[in-house]
Design a protein around this ligand. Structure first.
Ligand code: HEC
Ligand code: HEC
Ligand code: HEC
Ligand code: HEC
Ligand code: HEC
Ligand code: HEC
Ligand code: HEC
Ligand code: HEC
Length: 399
């Protein structure tokens, strides 16, 4: 064969391969999205988007760039981009056109209210705006503001907080647990997905989990488990111990898959004084049905008896009596009115918000070190310190 002919045949073959790939891609991926991909895959900076998307379920089912980023010209955050009208933010409302259940459940959870909890805080006059933006609202969510020039206000963006208020009014960021552009269930099922926010002195769920037997088993064997099964099929053949998601969200036993993390909670453990949630019996029985996939009824019931005992001890032996003394001192005028003024205000805050939560959360999720050393031990010590401060306050008032 002549060299010329060989080149011609090779070129023809290459053309055919190219045509076939183009056709098979076109069958699956919209024309608009193919334009996005062809340019973005050659960009230095955001190539990763294409890699992650290729690894995702969405690429298998033909959900691509334009299907998610498309915007109406009237959308607050819409901008013209290489012939298309798009938005950077893909809000829960956008995902909801295909995943309405997840969005509705999320909206019914406390997660969706994350931003609201940061509207006011006695701490703001001390910590300043920077901490509110890069601290509080990075976990809780910002209210994203679109500037006059169409850009997103740097004090509100980027943000993947759990209750982010989007320009379209919808609440939350689905990438808080399954990051873009993989959007994988496997990732969201692992405790690290929650631990980014659920840690630290005031809500150490991540640390409690790590020291629980469940977390220890996860740490030892988790990398051998099967994380990818679709919801409903992911069960105790795939894993030996539960993660955050298993207990609070996954479909297991009689508990149906839910994006409402509040749906299985019988107590408000984050409050100064714990109270039962509305319809708490129903919620507790859902949570128990998770446990009884692996444990006996007796094991499970006894665990919750102990949780109640810890919560009641905190409420009645620690919180209520001290709250009474504290309020009396405010009434007697020996303390400055309002919060976070006197040293006692700060201590009383830590008493319920740090120590008190740790004891209760520790008991809920199997972390004995948090129940005792970081919990009740410190509550008892706080009482000593607060009593001294209170005595001083009354003495100072007399002078
Ligand atoms: C001709 C090239 C080209 C095409 C076609 C293109 N983009 Fe882009 N896109 C870019 C460049 C360049 C940037 C800027 C990257 C940067 O800021 O570093 C960008 C940025 C973006 C951003 C981020 C904007 C921001 O500032 O946060 C999104 C989202 C985006 N593109 C989506 C799309 C979608 C969806 C399509 C298809 C409808 C598309 N792009 C088509 C080149 C392109
Ligand atoms: C399933 C929906 C979905 C698909 C499909 C999708 N995106 Fe995105 N994209 C998002 C979300 C969510 C974000 C993060 C912003 C947010 O939280 O709203 C994002 C962010 C981006 C950003 C900004 C990233 C950064 O770090 O600055 C770019 C650029 C982008 N997308 C481009 C693309 C391109 C190109 C494609 C096609 C391969 C694509 N997206 C497909 C949902 C999607
Ligand atoms: C145009 C429709 C459409 C849009 C928009 C869309 N998805 Fe999907 N998504 C699908 C389909 C179809 C599947 C595959 C079938 C399934 O698993 O439900 C899927 C699967 C998923 C999965 C399961 C992945 C896995 O590992 O099994 C997650 C998580 C997900 N989508 C999240 C999102 C998020 C978050 C958004 C918005 C940022 C979004 N989707 C937007 C259609 C869509
Ligand atoms: C981006 C931060 C963030 C991530 C990630 C996150 N959460 Fe949360 N979560 C919060 C915040 C903030 C609150 C408290 C305020 C609220 O509910 O809005 C909260 C509250 C909760 C509550 C209490 C709800 C109630 O009704 O009292 C549960 C349970 C919970 N999260 C479970 C989870 C689980 C499980 C995961 C992972 C699968 C997770 N969270 C991931 C920020 C996050
Ligand atoms: C590291 C992430 C993170 C930061 C930073 C953070 N929070 Fe939270 N916040 C959470 C989580 C997680 C919870 C859920 C606690 C629980 O239910 O155990 C929570 C709970 C709360 C609650 C109680 C909500 C309820 O259900 O009653 C309020 C109020 C609150 N945070 C306000 C703030 C404020 C104000 C700031 C900053 C001064 C802040 N948070 C900083 C993650 C965070
Ligand atoms: C608090 C963490 C968290 C947030 C926020 C979150 N997800 Fe999920 N999502 C999960 C977990 C965990 C699973 C897997 C549950 C299981 O084990 O089956 C999941 C599963 C899914 C699935 C697959 C369900 C199925 O039927 O196959 C879809 C689709 C999905 N999420 C969409 C979304 C959308 C849309 C949003 C935004 C409204 C969102 N998720 C926000 C944690 C989260
Ligand atoms: C073995 C199951 C299990 C695992 C694993 C688990 N939890 Fe929990 N969690 C519970 C139970 C039970 C409660 C208390 C429920 C009640 O109030 O009835 C609870 C309470 C909570 C609360 C307190 C809600 C409130 O009232 O303020 C948060 C937040 C939370 N869990 C988040 C997490 C996170 C994040 C992880 C992983 C790091 C995790 N959980 C792991 C079972 C579990
Ligand atoms: C996927 C299976 C699975 C689920 C679901 C599960 N556990 Fe476990 N749990 C285990 C395993 C395995 C052990 C170790 C048991 C052993 O050594 O016999 C364990 C141990 C425990 C222990 C003993 C802790 C210790 O310090 O030794 C308690 C208490 C417990 N689980 C309570 C619960 C509760 C309450 C729930 C539901 C909220 C739950 N578990 C859900 C698998 C599970």
């Amino acid at each position: 064969m002549s060299k010329k002919k060989l080149i011609l045949i090779t070129m023809l073959a290459m053309l055919m391969v190219f045509a076939v790939t183009a056709i098979s891609m076109a069958a699956n991926i919209s024309e608009a999205s193919q334009t996005c991909i062809s340019c973005h895959k050659s960009l230095g900076a955001t190539k990763n988007v294409i890699h992650d998307w290729k690894d995702s379920k969405h690429s298998e089912v033909g959900v691509s760039c334009y299907e998610c980023h498309e915007a109406k010209p009237s959308d607050k955050d819409a901008f013209k981009h290489n012939g298309y009208t798009i938005a950077t933010i893909v809000s829960p409302k956008d995902c909801g056109s295909c995943h309405s259940d997840a969005v509705e459940q999320h909206n019914n959870s406390l997660h969706a209210k994350g931003y609201d909890f940061t509207k006011k805080s006695g701490l703001y006059k001390y910590i300043g705006e920077a901490s509110k933006i890069s601290g509080c609202r990075t976990c809780h969510g910002s209210k994203v503001k679109v500037l006059e020039n169409g850009k997103l206000d740097p004090s509100t963006w980027p943000n993947n907080g759990i209750g982010r208020v989007n320009p379209d009014g919808s609440k939350g960021s689905c990438s808080a647990c399954h990051t873009s552009h993989k959007f994988s269930v496997a990732e969201a099922r692992k405790p690290e997905a929650c631990g980014q926010c659920h840690l630290g002195p005031d809500h150490p769920q991540k640390e409690i989990y790590e020291e629980s037997k469940h977390g220890a088993i996860y740490a030892m064997e988790g990398d051998e488990w099967n994380w990818d099964d679709p919801a409903g099929e992911w069960n105790t053949e795939d894993f030996r111990a539960p993660t955050c998601a298993t207990c609070h969200m996954s479909e297991i036993g009689d508990a149906k898959l839910t994006h409402n993390v509040s749906a299985r909670l019988s107590w408000e453990l984050e409050r100064p004084l714990s109270v039962k949630t509305k319809q708490w019996k129903k919620k507790r029985s859902k949570m128990k049905s998770v446990c009884t996939e692996c444990h006996s009824q007796q094991w499970t019931d006894n665990h919750f008896d102990r949780l109640d005992q810890v919560v009641n001890t905190y409420n009645n032996k620690f919180y209520k009596p001290y709250k009474k003394k504290y309020e009396q001192a405010k009434k007697d005028g020996v303390l400055t009115p309002g919060g976070f003024n006197d040293e006692l205000d700060w201590k009383f805050f830590e008493f319920w918000h740090h120590e008190g939560r740790r004891a209760r959360m520790g008991a809920a999720m199997g972390g004995p070190d948090y129940v005792h050393w970081h919990g009740f031990y410190e509550l008892a010590e706080d009482v000593q310190i607060m009593d001294r401060l209170l005595k001083e306050a009354y003495e100072n008032a007399e002078h």
